[in-house]
Design a protein around this ligand. Structure first.
Ligand code: MGD
Ligand code: SF4
Length: 745
């Protein structure tokens, strides 16, 4: 059995805290409800600036709280370009992250008591001293680089600073190799620029929006949803390519119910039509493109008839949609998507999407992609970071186009082996529930088991906290300062996050935790402040504004400095690619032994009796972090399994019936999932919302509700270009009886 056994946080000495918390939760929830009823007396409430941490669109808002410190409501900031004054259901329900009584309450340390591994409550001083001494020991024995940081969201940036000051750049987050990485690499190789967040898609002015598996509307990225709805009102054509009739597909004039895993074939056929029918933007391609002739020759064999056999989309439909895109161009967007780690050739699919945008002339054009801009926030002064001897680039060096740390490789580097030249010995995990975000559970558990030490900083008792040696309770985003938000957009803007209420329980902000550890590690010069507020005040002053001003307005916009948002007719423009051009043909890929232009490759198909496991988002939840939130759990407490009526007939499944799932490797779902019979899914696939199926019993609302897609993803197709983990090559059979062995950890 594993040394680091999962502990279902039931700490010794927890009783007292639990009682206090119950009453607090009642207060928190009641006051929230009262808050809704009290809308017209909102002016009596204090308004505090924040930006949302429920998902990573980072909408700015106002937290309304009363003098007693109860939060009544969070609303959007009217001048914020990320939300235009409106928050999505999850952002409004963000208060649930604060009021959730299942939150982590005190630092916990793993102890062996009477032969049982148990978490014991401890003081911050003791917990931090222990962590600092372990970090020092790792540094002395193996080097600082052997401390790995796996992180996500705002807390991650505070610990990244600590790690860099400490001497480690062994840092990674799932937002790259499990999410956006392939599209960033694919677009950077083509246009010389990352897509970034928010995506610079000019949806509000588009005439044709093409979604390749993007389910805007279920994926609630705020202004994108708002702009799409406006574009529909203004008569834009929506073309959605998805094996499932997503909400977006239901609003589309054209729903192409593609056979899963064949998108590149469709994209190549579209290129074929645009080029052979002379529908591409010739002037734009001539001026800005490189390698068009090679592309033209390359796509000749990829006719719509060829693609039909692969994608099941009729040639007439492929031609018709290509013509619609061209007629609307350059106000046409082939949307780059966001969670795009599907089949392992994802960078090439992103390249194909980028190339199509290039042919349509939509990059840098109104209604296509605008030239985004952000403002940089000055760095609070500190000594230069020491140079690590190795870091994420060495850990992931076999993926030549990786541009950020690769979580799965950092995890692999934590498993001792003779070939492992860059051994990771200990982890800090902050703001990421790895058990639910990293596919290939076996690899993750093997790595965790081999670690000498692991500390987890979280707000909730999640799956990952159960494996820690020390658990540190962070307070929620509503109770703390964090870095100033500065993101790319049409116009640069910044937003402030400050505490609306004091931290509940004995929780602390990440900046404070990082600073305390920094002080204990002798890194005071990197943390030369008492309160993070001082850092923010200094930065705002440097930017020509002040903390006082931002406290009043929450969001501040700045004028663009980089020039217009769109190319002017005939304008000379240098793209940031190697050639300065839009690279239809990528010599950079070729030099590293990859296809310079995308090709279609066949992917595994389900065996008889198995269905491809597809997953996605719901408007009420973000990954696994929101499932236990009292407010959001109320709206949706479990996921369901979308099954085509044909499959339901064969298996004799009834609507609402609970079933269990087993994948191609015999991995079974720990918990049952309810069947939803619907024509909206192809017969060869099933679908569920990601993030459910929690197995930590301390999650009072979420435990055992629904199934976990992550648990059923044991086959991972790694993208050889940038290291992303393709997760959609897993197949499940549907069991109507509870299998004897459950896999609960
Ligand atoms: P969550 O599962 O929500 O997302 O992966 P993660 O970032 O790991 O876990 C977030 C953790 O952070 C939770 O434990 C939560 O309690 C904690 N947390 C929330 N707020 C705070 C805070 O303020 N401070 C601290 N310290 N902790 C906090 C997301 C990743 O998952 C992404 S970006 C994508 S796109 C992928 N999606 C995806 C999928 O759709 N399916 C499958 N199977 N895997 C996926 N993995 C990826
Ligand atoms: Fe929060 Fe919703 Fe905005 Fe995401 S889109 S940051 S969850 S309000």
């Amino acid at each position: 059995t594993s040394r680091r056994k999962f502990i279902k946080i039931s700490a010794l000495g927890f009783g007292g805290a639990a009682v206090a918390a119950t009453s607090l939760e009642t207060i928190g929830l009641n006051s929230y409800l009262e808050g809704l009823a009290l809308e017209n007396s909102l002016e009596k409430l204090k308004q505090t600036a924040t930006y949302c941490e429920v998902c990573f669109w980072k909408c700015a808002g106002w937290v309304h709280s009363d003098r007693e410190g109860n939060i009544h409501k969070i609303i959007g900031n009217n001048i914020d370009p990320h939300c235009n004054g409106r928050l999505c259901p999850r952002g409004t329900g963000g208060v649930g992250m604060y009021s959730d009584n299942d939150r982590l309450k005190k630092p916990l340390v793993r102890k062996l008591i009477d032969g049982e591994e148990t978490f014991v409550e401890t003081s911050w001083e003791e917990a931090l001293t222990l962590i600092a001494s372990k970090m020092k020991a790792i540094k002395e024995e193996y080097g600082a680089e052997s401390m790995g940081l796996l992180k996500h969201g705002a807390p991650g940036s505070h610990f990244e600073h600590l790690f860099k000051a400490f001497g480690s750049d062994s840092i990674a987050e799932p937002a790259y190799a499990q999410c956006r990485g392939p599209r960033e690499t694919g677009f950077a190789l083509t246009f010389g620029s990352w897509v970034g967040s928010p995506e610079p898609t000019d949806i509000r002015d588009t005439k044709c929006l093409v979604l390749i598996g993007s389910h805007i509307g279920e994926n609630m990225h705020n202004t994108q949803v708002q702009e799409m709805s406006d574009a529909i009102d203004q008569g834009a054509t929506i073309i959605t390519v998805d094996p499932r009739l997503s909400t977006a597909a239901s609003k589309s004039q054209h729903w192409l119910a593609i056979k899963p895993s064949t998108d590149i074939a469709l994209l190549l056929a579209w290129m074929n039509v645009l080029i052979n029918e002379n529908l591409y933007d010739k002037a734009y391609v001539d001026k800005y493109g490189l390698g068009f002739e090679q592309l033209k020759a390359h796509v000749q064999e990829y006719t719509p008839e060829w693609a039909y056999g692969i994608t099941t989309i009729k040639p007439e439909e492929i031609r018709k949609t290509a013509r619609i895109m061209a007629a609307a161009a350059p106000a046409t967007i082939i949307h780059p998507g966001r969670h795009v780690t599907w089949y392992g050739d994802d960078t090439q699919r992103a390249r194909a999407m980028a190339i199509l945008n290039g042919l349509l002339g939509s990059w840098g054009r109104r209604g296509g992609f605008y030239f985004k801009e952000s403002i940089s926030v000055p760095k609070f002064p500190h000594p230069p970071y020491p140079t690590p001897k190795w870091g994420w680039e060495d850990i992931g060096e076999k993926y030549p186009f990786a541009e950020m740390g690769i979580t799965n490789e950092l995890i692999r580097a934590s498993i001792p082996s003779e070939e492992n030249e860059h051994p990771i010995k200990a982890w800090m995990v902050a703001g990421t529930n790895l058990n639910n975000s990293i596919p290939n559970k076996k690899l993750l558990e093997e790595a965790i088991d081999a670690l000498e030490f692991m500390v987890v900083v979280d707000t909730m008792p999640m799956e990952i906290t159960g494996y820690a040696d020390v658990v540190l309770p962070e307070c929620t985003y509503l109770e703390r300062y964090d870095g100033i938000r500065s993101a790319t957009n049409r116009e640069p803007s910044i937003a402030l996050r400050m505490p609306a209420v004091p931290p509940r329980f004995d929780s602390k902000p990440a900046w404070w935790i990082a600073k305390q550890l920094g002080e204990k590690l002798g890194l005071h010069d990197y943390f030369n402040y008492d309160d993070y507020k001082e850092v923010i005040a200094w930065q705002l002053k440097e930017m020509g504004t002040s903390l006082e001003e931002l406290e009043k307005i929450g969001v501040k916009k700045f004028k663009r400095k980089s020039g217009p948002m769109y190319l002017e007719d005939g304008q000379n423009y240098e793209f940031l690619t190697d050639s300065g051009k839009i690279e239809f043909y990528s010599a950079a890929l070729e030099r590293k032994g990859f296809d310079p232009m995308p090709k279609f490759t066949q992917h595994p198909e389900p065996q008889p009796g198995y269905y491809r496991l597809n997953y996605g988002r719901s408007p009420m939840h973000t990954f696994s972090r929101t499932v236990n939130s009292p407010n959001l759990n109320d709206l949706k407490s479990e996921n369901d399994l979308w099954v085509n009526p044909k499959v339901a007939r064969i298996l004799n499944l009834k609507k609402g019936q609970y079933v269990w799932l087993e994948n191609q490797d015999g991995v079974q779902s720990s918990f049952p999932i309810r069947v939803r019979v619907t024509e909206r899914i192809r017969w060869d696939s099933v679908y569920m919302v990601h993030g459910f199926g929690h197995n930590n019993k301390k999650l009072g609302r979420a435990h055992g509700k629904g199934a976990s897609d992550t648990q059923l993803i044991s086959q991972v197709a790694i993208d050889p270009i940038m290291g992303g983990t393709g997760m959609r090559g897993n197949f499940v059979k549907i069991l109507t009886e509870n299998p004897t062995k459950t896999l609960e950890v």
